[in-house]
Design a binder for this molecule. Structure first.
Ligand SMILES: Cc1cc2nc3c(=O)[nH]c(=O)nc-3n(C[C@H](O)[C@H](O)[C@H](O)COP(=O)(O)OP(=O)(O)OC[C@H]3O[C@@H](n4cnc5c(N)ncnc54)[C@H](O)[C@@H]3O)c2cc1C
Length: 401
C-alpha cells in the first residue's frame, strides 16, 4: 500500500507538470479520440504531444510488458494511474483496436517475433488496426467464412471479401480470418493472419450507416500476398485465436456502453426539464418520470455487474462468457436511453439537418440511429444470448458463435 501511495505521488507530480492544460477537463470517450496510425488525425497539437509523452512511458498500454513498449505496471498501479487521469479528466492518449483487440490477443497467442514487431508500434500509436472477420455470407455463422488463403512458399495468396470492417479505409493493418484448409471441418480450416493494408490487391469501399456516417467498409482481396510468418497462433488454429479476441472485443464493447451510461440519468433529466411543456418541462409527465427512474436504476445495477467483472479481471481472470452479458445488457441500455432521449425531445428529436435544429438535437438524433447497430456489432444479441445460455447457464447447445 505504501508503495502504491508513493507511486500515486509520482504519477500525480508527473501529470501535474506535463499533462497539457488545454486537454484537462476534456475526457472524451473510447470512440472519440486519437486513433493514431500512418495518417494520424490529431484534433490539436496538444493531442499529439499528449500521445507522445504517454507512449514514451508506455502508458498508452500501461499493463503491457516493458519489452514490448508497454508500461509494465501491475493492475493496482494501473488503477492508480487511471484514477489520476480521471482526476484531471484527461482524454485517453490513444484509442483503437490495436490496444483493445489485437494487442491483448498477440500477448496471448503471438510468437516472440510477432510481439516485438507489432506491439511497440501499437503503443506508440503508429499503426492503426481493423478487424476482418465478417463476410457477406458469414456474420453470426462466422465459421463458414470463405476468404481463401492458398500457400505459396513462405507466403499465402488471399482472394475474397470482408464486409462491415470498421474504419478499414483509415487503417494500416488488418487482422483477418482466412480459410487455409477448405477440406477440413468449418472451424478447423481457419487461420488468423495479419495483413498490411498497403499490400497491392487490398481495396476498401465505404458503406453508409443509417446515421449518415460511413464508419465501415467492404474490403476486397485480389491476389494479395501475405507472409506465412504473420499467421498468429498456428496454421488452421485461427478459430481458437478468433474466439479469444472476440471475448476481448465484447468486454470492450460492454465497458464502453457501461461508461457511456454513466451520467445518463442527469442527461435525461436535463433534457426533460428543458423540453417543450409546462414549467418543469416534460417532468410533469409521470410516464416520462417513471422511465427516467427505471433507466437510472438499470444503469446502477449494470454498473455493479461491470465492477464485479472488472474485479475478476484485476484478479487475473481473462474475460470469459461473462463478456457476453456486458455486451447484451450494455448495448440494450444504451439503445433504450437514446430512444428515450429522442422521445422526450419531441419534434426536436427528429431533426436530420438544417438551421431549424440546434446541433445538440441533431447529434442526439444521429446517436439514436447509430445505436441501432450496437446490438449487431461484435456479435448480435441473439447470438450472445445463445452463448450465455450455453456457457453461463449451462443449458443445452443452441448452435452458433
Ligand atoms: C456498426 C457495425 C460495425 C461492425 N464492425 C465490424 C468489424 O469491424 N469487423 C467485422 O468483421 N465485422 C463487423 N461488423 C459485423 C458484425 O459482426 C455482424 O454484422 C454480426 O456478426 C451479424 O452478422 P450478419 O450481419 O451477417 O447478420 P446475420 O448473421 O445474417 O444475422 C441476421 C439476424 O439473424 C439472427 N441470427 C443469426 N443466427 C442466429 C442463431 N443461430 N440464433 C438466433 N438468431 C440468429 C441474428 O441475431 C440477426 O438478428 C460490424 C457491424 C456493425 C453493425
Amino acid at each position: 500500500m505504501a508503495d502504491l501511495e508513493t507511486f500515486r505521488a509520482e504519477v500525480r507530480a508527473w501529470l501535474e507538470e506535463r499533462a497539457p492544460a488545454s486537454l484537462r477537463g476534456r475526457p472524451g470517450d473510447i470512440f472519440h479520440g486519437t486513433w493514431g496510425g500512418r495518417r494520424p488525425d490529431f484534433e490539436t497539437p496538444d493531442h499529439e504531444r499528449w500521445l507522445a509523452m504517454m507512449a514514451e512511458r508506455g502508458w498508452t498500454a500501461p499493463t503491457w510488458p516493458r519489452e514490448y513498449g508497454g508500461g509494465g505496471l501491475s493492475r493496482e498501479q494501473n488503477a492508480v494511474l487511471q484514477s489520476e487521469l480521471r482526476r484531471l479528466r484527461m482524454p485517453a492518449p490513444l484509442i483503437g483496436f490495436g490496444l483493445v483487440m489485437i494487442g491483448p490477443t498477440l500477448l496471448e497467442f503471438g510468437s516472440e517475433e510477432q510481439k516485438r514487431e507489432h506491439l511497440p508500434p501499437i503503443v506508440r500509436g503508429e499503426i492503426r488496426w481493423c478487424q476482418g472477420y465478417s463476410e457477406p455470407g458469414s456474420g453470426s455463422d462466422l465459421a463458414s467464412l470463405q476468404l481463401s488463403a492458398v500457400a505459396d512458399g513462405d507466403r499465402f495468396i488471399l482472394n475474397g471479401q470482408k464486409i462491415w470492417t470498421s474504419y478499414a479505409d483509415a487503417s494500416d493493418w488488418i487482422f483477418c480470418l482466412v480459410r487455409t484448409d477448405p477440406g477440413a471441418k468449418k472451424q478447423s480450416g481457419i487461420s488468423f493472419i495479419l495483413v498490411d493494408m498497403a499490400t497491392p490487391g487490398v481495396t476498401t469501399r465505404p458503406i453508409k450507416l443509417i446515421s449518415g456516417a460511413s464508419p465501415f467498409c467492404e474490403v476486397f482481396f485480389d491476389d494479395v500476398p501475405a507472409l506465412a510468418r504473420d499467421v498468429v497462433g498456428g496454421l488452421n488454429n485461427g478459430w481458437t485465436v478468433a474466439k479469444a479476441l472476440l471475448r476481448h472485443e465484447r468486454t470492450m464493447v460492454g465497458e464502453i456502453f457501461a461508461r457511456s451510461v454513466i451520467g445518463g440519468e442527469r442527461e435525461l433529466l436535463g433534457l426533460a426539464r428543458t423540453a417543450i411543456g409546462p414549467a418543469e418541462g416534460r417532468l410533469w409527465d409521470p410516464l416520462v418520470r417513471d422511465r427516467i427512474v427505471q433507466s437510472a436504476m438499470d444503469e446502477r445495477a449494470f454498473m455493479l455487474t461491470v465492477q464485479r467483472i472488472q474485479d475478476a479481471a484485476r484478479a487475473g481472470q481473462s474475460p470469459g462468457a461473462e463478456s457476453s452479458i456486458l455486451k447484451v445488457y450494455g448495448t440494450e441500455l444504451n439503445q433504450r436511453r437514446r430512444e428515450l432521449a429522442v422521445e422526450i425531445a419531441g419534434a426536436d428529436g427528429l431533426g436530420w439537418e438544417g438551421a431549424g435544429y440546434d446541433p445538440d438535437a441533431l447529434a442526439r438524433t444521429r446517436d439514436w440511429l447509430r445505436s441501432r447497430g450496437n446490438t449487431i456489432e461484435g456479435g448480435t444479441t441473439e447470438i450472445q444470448l445463445n452463448i450465455i445460455a450455453k456457457h453461463v447457464l449451462g443449458l443445452p447447445d443452441g448452435g452458433a458463435r
